[in-house]
Design a protein around this ligand. Sequence first.
Ligand SMILES: [Zn+2]
Length: 157
Amino acid sequence: MSLEGIQGILKAGGFLLDSTSGFGDCYKLELGNGWLVSAYCSFEGNPLAGDVDKTSYKDVDIQLHNMVGTSYICSTEQALKENLLCIIDTLRSNSDDDKILKCPKCQIRYVNTNTPTAGQKWQPYLSCSGMQVVAIGDNKGVMCDGVSEKLPAVVNY
Ligand SMILES: [Zn+2]
């Protein structure tokens, strides 16, 4: 996907370039309800092998800021163009009343996407942002192990 093409579509949707790294560019959109949408565009190539092509994007990952809720991944320019407004509408309706984004177990924290890396076979899922090891040894455990099935974890276009 060409950088210019994707930038044009995102800017038309109201996104602004927020930050850039060796892995890709991150664009942001303010929804006006206190929530931000991030569109993370990863560069073509393998950054670990040092052969990144900074003139084209591999895919665009659109999600509420801090990896909250569903991750929408567009792998073609056409898919981004056709679905961007619908994705933004869905993210806005999820965040206007953000109960659907909260962990069903503790009902306090938001849910984050968990996605397998290459070679792992499990399906992506949404889990409580409090799911983290809080200590080691005898106190080893998680603060909250809630998992939400109210929303899809990942949607690919
Ligand atoms: Zn929780």
